[in-house]
Design a protein around this ligand. Structure first.
Ligand code: SAM
Length: 240
């Protein structure tokens, strides 16, 4: 069974509304590509970001998980959705902006896969278009591997999320959701999701031949490092 098949039902309740991420994306679009008409989201999940970007754009989302896409179609009926792999997708459309957020890129578990994503972004972006993405850093994944599991109650259910981090450097997110079904009855939904950590300089080096770096920030608005909690990049395509 593919990742997110079981998690999809609970994803929005656990993660809440991504208002800050949406605002940040809209701010960068307004700053660097105000004429934007079309946006593609790679790994759009339940469509929370696309729905929040508003009706002023032509919106497309790609995701591997049919379960996540079912929620996305309901949340954002005006968008076009494609079930596919972000390392090998193809669309006849060109986009003003491509986004890939909430550590979706880390879900691609080889660096060759990341390079394929970067190449496809290049092929699907208009010249001057923006590539906005974030990653969980190596430091963040290592830290998650060291801390106690996250236990979180939502609705009447309980989530236990435990991250193992090995030397590959791959993080394994072990996700257990105990769904409350009756007074003393719980049903366990279990998934393991892999995330690859990549040094930020490898990302910068891979993109620098064709993209211009406009912004890079950690969650506090400072320059990101491999120890930051998260790194967000805004790149502009300079060559076809
Ligand atoms: C952490 S979720 C992020 C969803 C959404 N971007 C958000 O901000 O809420 C990661 C998503 O990426 C999708 N995904 C992971 N690997 C993928 C791949 N190779 N191709 C397409 N989608 C993928 C998963 O199915 C999941 O929906």
């Amino acid at each position: 069974m593919a990742s997110y098949a079981k998690f999809a039902r609970f994803y929005d309740a656990i993660n809440g509304e991504p208002e800050e991420r949406i605002l940040q994306i809209l701010t960068y679009i307004e700053m660097y590509r105000p004429q934007t008409e079309s946006i593609l989201e790679l790994g759009c999940g339940t469509g929370a970001i696309l729905a929040g970007l508003g009706s002023g754009f032509s919106l497309t989302g790609i995701d591997l998980s049919p379960e996540m896409l079912e929620y996305a179609k309901r949340r954002c009926p005006s968008a076009r959705f494609i079930q596919g792999d972000i390392t090998s997708f193809s669309s006849s459309e060109m986009f003003d902006v491509v986004i890939c957020v909430f550590d979706t890129l880390n879900h691609v578990t080889t660096f060759e896969g990341w390079l394929s994503v970067f190449q496809l972004v290049r092929e699907h972006l208009a010249v001057g278009g923006l590539f906005i993405f974030d990653v969980n850093t190596l430091g963040r994944l290592r830290e998650l591997g060291e801390v106690a599991p996250w236990v979180h109650s939502f609705e009447e259910n309980t989530l236990i999320m435990d991250v193992e981090f090995d030397d590959e450097p791959m993080a394994i997110w072990d996700i257990r959701i105990f769904e409350h079904r009756g007074q003393h009855e719980y049903v366990l939904h279990h998934e393991r999701i892999l995330e690859l950590g990549v040094a930020l300089d490898r990302i910068r080096d891979a993109l620098s031949p064709n993209f211009n770096l406009l912004e890079e920030t950690d969650t506090y608005g400072c320059a990101p490092t491999d120890e930051s909690a998260r790194a967000l990049f805004v790149y502009q395509l300079t060559t076809e």
